[in-house]
Design a protein around this ligand. Sequence first.
Ligand code: ADP
Ligand code: MG
Length: 624
Amino acid sequence: FSGSQLIQSEPDASSFPSGGMRSTFEARGYTAWDASSPVFIMEAPNGNTLCIPSVFISYHGHALDLKTPLLRSMEALDKSACRMIARLGRNVERVVPTLGPEQEYFLIDQAYYTLRPDLVACGRTLLGARPAKGQQLEDHYFGSIKARILAYMQECERELYKLGVPVKTRHNEVAPAQFETAPIFEEANIAADHNQIVMETLRAVARRHNLAVLLHEKPFAGVNGSGKHNNWSMSDDQGANLLDPGKTPFQNLQFLVFLLAVMKGVHRRAGLLRATIAISGNDHRLGANEAPPAILSVYLGEQLTAILNAIEKGKGVDEPSEERLLELGIANLPEVSRDYTDRNRTSPFAFTGNKFEFRAVPSSAVISWPISVLNAAVAEALDEMGAAIDKRLAKKVPLAKAVMEVVREAVVATKPIRFEGNNYDPAWVKEAAKRGLPNLRKVPEALAELDTPGAREFFVKAGVLSGDEVESRYHVNLERYIKDIQIEAGAMINLVRTMVLPAATAHQRALAESLALTRQALGEQASKAVGAPAVRGTQALQPQLDDLKGCADAIADLHARLLDVAQSLAAAEGIDSPGKQARAMADEVLPAMAALRTVADRLEERVEDALWPLPKYREMLFLV
Ligand code: ADP
Ligand code: MG
């Protein structure tokens, strides 16, 4: 075939979600080679495949993929950042966002996975009683990596090196059977592609080791879920990190401008950033006291906070001489950076010395989407700050003074988003509300952020998405959420009807039969030898009778809760408006499923182990 087919080709896009942008008769889609990301060869037992990172565009030129907006956002950031640096008196050709995603995942034995229809269909367990030993000893994180897991990890790493992915970090995570891998950071576009390859490789290699990898955000209730911490910064064409405090007052000035631009962007576009991480799995994680909450705030650490507070008071702003900057402690920042220990693991967006760590990103996500919005939000903030600086320069305000004034304005404006405390504290929810920060707890309300004129204007102005494309993303994501919950509810109904109920009734029957037989035997005995032993025998049966009653009660509860799930699902499915339907899934169906789970888990704790058809948490989480 010809080389031109490599550059552009024409796959059928008819079954690709377009959010209503395209009708089936306009099914054509186009891929175009993204030359900025290296091609790679995927090996398979019977042949190898050349893979070309590509964008995917509809017949009418709309972006259907997540790579296109990412590339566009990188362009926007490049332009705005270069212009800002030029204003500060230095010329650079190119600025790129850098990205190092830490990938968390669970590993369980393949055999258990196969026996759990919920894991197969939904990626998470819909049922499962808490084991006596969970993560309370915190012995997994600091324990050694088991030989079987290490063999798996090393094979993953070897495969990834072959594919050009610079993986570096490997360790156990907090929950039992939970692990992490992280690469050395790269340009955001390449890092995003590489993260896709990482997820794919984790899956493929697991098969060879009779393991199943779970990338879902919350495969198991009661132990930690998985995220993907996105370490993010910006680098110029000399490889200099723009969020590195630097050694000279000039570098410090540049640092402050870019730091505040990030904060401004995150503050202004907090709702949209929240929308980019809104998938059904992440709702089990955000705000569950193990992961950052749904409220976006920024953690800076003590030293930077002190510096920003000083700037707010006007220090170094009037005449930002080298001396004054030193006074602020800004010149000392390089030292700060080296010793920087981020002690706040509860923050969704934390400064960690020379980069930010966006921690609320879900483990299964394509990171291009949140990073697109982050890039565009920072570009927007840089432009705003740039315009404010230019205005002052036009009035003959000296450069350093103009810059520091604008930095100060940004410090004041972004104060509400700075939070150094414990993000898990319920008091923070109240405090955040007072500060006017959005708290978008569930997917439907988070996605609604995309469905506003303000959001469309932002994406269009940044050149990241057209108005139609924004609308399509909103619909695609909403539809995905609705389908996720439909699948989960359907899988749960099936699981309870065909596995939990039969096990429970079999157990009940065994109890009843045992009781009847025992009673019969004791009765016979009583009729033979009239007297005390028989009376004692009947009394001795009372706990067993209670047990049987308890079992029957639980089965009755199970039926009732099962009906609730089926009815709430049917009601939700009958709603026409996708927005309202998604809300019903979140507010009616999921709570009904949680109630059903409680009863099923109670039964799991009383039904004879040999009768329980599903692998249990204590097996899945500990026998790897
Ligand atoms: P930790 O778990 O302590 O946060 P890790 O080593 O697991 O540390 O992950 C840190 C990630 O941050 C790595 O992927 C690393 O390459 C990345 N990183 C370091 N510097 C930058 C930077 N300037 N821009 C983006 N990512 C960075
Ligand atoms: Mg890590």
